[in-house]
Design a protein around this ligand. Structure first.
Ligand code: NAP
Length: 362
């Protein structure tokens, strides 16, 4: 199979670097274009990132000498570019919204990590194992905007997959969820580079992350929603209350979740079986980035832990533990996922694989 030629917008950032690492030797995708801000444009990738390179592998040599393009410079977009991953950060969300539209208008599909389009009704917000069928709004989006080949697909906030995948598995098994109380403990890499100042986070917990609680409470409603005439309609049947905190952990977002069911309350063993047996389209299609077991349940009383469990199945699995009865709600558990892999670059690569498999990218 001839590989798809892909670009990375924001290649020099935390998430962008993860794309570069994860796409090395990808069987379907090959990086041909890297783009960032005007500060980096015109420099070789190696020169542009310098000490900002945060990964434990050296910069791949086929990327190191590529010249960084200004994300706004459409004249330099390679002709053979099939689609882009977007991991840019700009001062205003409106700028990102416009930029991603511009790529789609130019016939280039955009698979984005950014929150700018998460609430655009005709833009699907996809977690591969939960709502890949939301890709069906792509033709509506193309019609609404006059796009021919291009479109935008986003993935949700980086902490969401750890708790929403187990909750979705239970809903799919027939145990309808009524309410969730979620407290996240989010890694510093979630804030990008250089991120949170060290004096704010070493020996400390910051009990506030701007905008994060709204995302935690509202994004699941779109992901669990249905396709309507003009886009995705929210599922308002679950109520969520969230507290989001920043903790001195490098990678891996943890969540403590209390859950109340609407009607039937499953037994503890049933919940664990549902999680262990859960599989979805990425597994059925055996996609390159699909974790073999999307939800791993650990019996050990002191797991999951970011350091020990974030890399499960190459950082693509969600690890859950500490399921126990709750005195106020029905159950509580702790979940974990890798924020820059499952929660960002890896999750978006899985979305791209799904879009290829379903024929939206060709
Ligand atoms: P980051 O480390 O700050 O990187 C930002 C990237 O955007 C860099 O490549 C930077 O290029 C580029 N950029 C900055 N200002 C720009 C401008 N004015 N015009 C064009 N490009 C510009 O951020 P990140 O953590 O990788 O996050 C990127 C996006 O992914 C954000 O929207 C973030 O919310 C989202 N996200 C992050 C995570 C995570 O765990 N970190 C997870 C999920 C989603 P220069 O190097 O040239 O400045």
């Amino acid at each position: 199979m001839k590989k798809f030629s892909v670009g990375i917008l924001g290649a020099t950032g935390t998430v962008g670097q993860n794309y570069i690492k994860l796409l090395q030797e990808h069987p379907w995708f090959e990086i041909v274009d890297i783009a960032a801000s005007p500060r980096s444009a015109g420099k070789s990738f190696g020169e542009a990132v310098k000490e900002k390179w945060q990964l434990s592998i050296p910069i791949p040599k086929e990327i190191k000498d590529l010249i960084v393009r200004d994300v706004q410079d459409f004249k330099k977009v390679p002709e053979n570019l099939n689609f882009v991953f977007s991991a840019i950060n700009m001062p205003k969300k409106e700028q990102i919204r416009e930029l991603e539209y511009e790529y789609a208008k130019n016939g280039i599909p955009v698979i984005s990590n950014n929150s700018a389009h998460r609430w655009t009704p005709d833009v699907p917000m996809i977690i591969g194992e939960i709502n890949s069928e939301h890709a069906k709004v792509i033709p509506i989006q193309q019609k609404n905007n006059g796009f021919t080949r291009g479109f935008i697909v986003v993935k949700p906030n980086c902490s969401l997959q750890s708790y929403l995948t187990p909750i979705y598995a239970l809903e799919k098994a027939g145990y309808k969820v009524d309410k969730l109380i979620i407290t996240t403990l989010q890694a510093v890499s979630g804030a990008g580079y250089p991120g949170v100042p060290s004096l704010d986070i070493v020996d400390n917990i910051v009990p506030y992350i701007s905008g994060e609680e709204k995302k935690t409470e509202e994004e699941p409603l779109k992901i669990l929603g249905k396709i309507g005439e003009s886009g995705i309609e929210k599922d308002n049947s679950i109520r969520i209350s969230a507290t989001c905190t920043r903790v001195p952990v490098s990678y891996g977002h943890t969540a403590s979740v209390n859950v109340k069911f609407k009607r039937e309350v499953p037994k503890k063993e049933e919940i664990i079986d549902v999680w262990k047996d859960f599989k979805s389209l990425p597994q059925e299609l055996d996609l390159p980035f699909a974790p073999k077991q999307p939800i791993i349940y650990l019996e050990n009383i002191n797991r999951p832990q970011p350091k020990k469990d974030r890399d499960n199945d190459k950082g693509m699995a969600v690890t859950v533990g500490r399921l126990r009865e709750d005195n106020v709600f029905d159950y509580k558990f702790v979940s974990l996922s890798h924020n820059t892999i499952r929660g960002a670059a890896g999750g978006a690569i899985l979305n791209a694989e799904l879009l290829v498999a379903k024929g939206y990218i060709n």
